[in-house]
Design a binder for this molecule. Structure first.
Ligand SMILES: [Zn+2]
Length: 240
């Protein structure tokens, strides 16, 4: 984790630093090596939050796209007493989780229920086949009247199976942290797979990463995404 608590303040790791975990109040020590980004770690155990991801460069770079006060938000479910640290939570209450590691579908669903209003940002460079699959499949994206929004008949030909049944928007980042790649509009942009299908067809929204980073903090939901989800609900309601 990037932040821990010392003298009532959120502090970042510094060599020799000691602080308390903001989730469990346990002691954490500063890890300030050259191999990974500076971070806090629990003494003698893994992170107390089993949902926490290893702080990779990709993960940290994404979190840092958002104001520090939105990062590592401790979300507390008063009823169950459960507490987890969301990567980012914007002031209007949108949680953004950055996911590099594979996630079991049941586990993914549990987290989606816990956070409620959440979108995933997924590292689309984790497996070598992920981008080539999208690159081949993107020809099937059918433009719609809404700019940047597409219909996709076979989402499985574009996106990793693990994310196809998500109940919330999943944004794929196929560029990762490797900026040595030549510019490629498809790789540099973000591709958001929306939940829900109409006869197997999915909605996909293409967006500029700068736009996402700029707009997300001030909205309770991603703008275009919100419109389409409303439209889908309307269509379903009309057909009933
Ligand atoms: Zn802890």
């Amino acid at each position: 984790m990037r932040f821990a608590l010392a003298s009532g303040q959120r502090v970042e790791a510094y060599p020799g630093g000691r602080a308390k975990c903001r989730r469990c109040n346990g002691e954490v020590i500063a890890k300030c090596g050259t191999h990974r980004v500076f971070h806090w770690a629990h003494r003698g155990m893994r992170d107390c939050d089993t949902w926490a991801e290893k702080e990779t460069d990709w993960h940290r770079a994404w979190k840092n796209n958002f104001p520090a006060e939105c990062q590592e938000f401790v979300q507390h479910d008063e009823q169950s007493g459960e507490k987890h640290i969301a990567d980012v939570r914007t002031p209007p209450g949108l949680v953004i989780e950055f996911q590099h590691s594979p996630l079991d579908p049941l586990e993914r669903a549990t987290r989606e229920r816990f956070y409620g209003n959440v979108v995933w940002v997924v590292d689309g460079t984790r497996l070598e086949r992920d981008y080539p699959r999208f690159d081949r499949g993107k020809g099937d994206l059918r433009p719609t009247k809404i700019q940047g929004c597409f219909l996709l008949a076979s989402p499985d030909k574009c996106f990793p199976a693990m994310w196809l049944d998500s109940s919330v928007p999943v944004i794929f980042d196929f560029r990762g942290v490797d900026e040595s790649q030549p510019p490629d509009a498809h790789r540099d942009g973000l591709w958001c797979l929306l939940p829900g299908r109409a006869g197997g067809t999915a909605w996909v929204v293409g967006m500029l990463r700068e736009q996402f980073v700029e707009v997300a903090p001030s909205r309770p939901q991603l703008p275009v995404v919100q419109e389409i989800l409303a439209l889908m609900t309307e269509i379903r309601g009309g057909g009933a």
